[in-house]
Design a binder for this molecule. Structure first.
Ligand SMILES: NC(=O)c1ccc[n+]([C@@H]2O[C@H](COP(=O)([O-])OP(=O)(O)OC[C@H]3O[C@@H](n4cnc5c(N)ncnc54)[C@H](OP(=O)(O)O)[C@@H]3O)[C@@H](O)[C@H]2O)c1
Length: 178
């Protein structure tokens, strides 16, 4: 199972404000859809609630929602109560999927609490860097020196906003023999 994180952040590392995205960037939503379609996405209960009712569940993807509430039932999403349950459900979904060529993938799609939880388990991160400074109360996880930037592509939105799609890979751990 490969675990990927995907998020968009402002220049000052904000990812959310009052349980909403502080920007509207259709180009980023299209990028998000292209990367995650046909796969399993995992989000925290607050991120699920932040999605407008008309846009949830995210179509064409198994939607997993992490919550400590074992009685939580959501239309169109499967509730999981632990990270291990999320991984197990993503594996079951991959086994059901006809596309066996690709490595089964769990896309962690936020928010801040869930990124922090899955960061140590992830091997790839997709970040959209949005050239804005905004107020916020939810922040991007720290991408430390165990990650290597592998691609960076800058674009300008139809409305003139600059943004970059940036990919990181986890640097594999080497065991030094002395
Ligand atoms: N810019 C982006 O790319 C992006 C993407 C996604 C979200 N966001 C933003 O991020 C913000 C939401 O992030 P957030 O950190 O406040 O909330 P969150 O991570 O979406 O959800 C937090 C909830 O997840 C559950 N949870 C967390 N850890 C758990 C664990 N170990 N076991 C069981 N359940 C656990 C809890 O639900 P219960 O309370 O039900 O137990 C917790 O309240 C919003 O502003 C949203 O717009 C931004």
């Amino acid at each position: 199972m490969q675990i990927n994180l995907i998020f968009a952040q402002s220049t000052n590392k904000v990812i959310g404000h009052e349980n909403k995205l502080p920007w509207h960037l259709p180009e980023d939503l299209a990028h998000f859809k292209a990367l995650t379609s046909g796969q399993t996405v995992l989000m925290g209960r607050k991120t699920w609630e932040s999605l407008p009712a008309a846009f949830r569940p995210l179509p064409g993807r198994l939607n997993l929602v992490l919550s400590s509430n074992t009685a939580l039932h959501l239309d169109g999403a499967l509730t999981v109560n632990t990270p291990a349950q999320a991984i197990e459900q993503a594996q079951l979904q991959a086994a059901r999927s006809p596309n066996t060529a690709a490595l089964p993938t769990l896309w962690v799609i936020g928010g801040a609490q869930v990124y922090d939880l899955f960061m140590p388990l992830a091997s790839r991160i997709e970040v959209t860097e949005i050239e804005l400074t905004v107020d916020g109360d939810a922040y991007a996880p720290t991408i430390d020196a165990t990650w290597q930037e592998v691609t960076r592509n800058r674009h300008q939105s139809a409305k003139g906003l600059g943004y970059s799609f940036v990919s990181y890979q986890k640097i594999s751990q080497r065991i030094e023999h002395v």
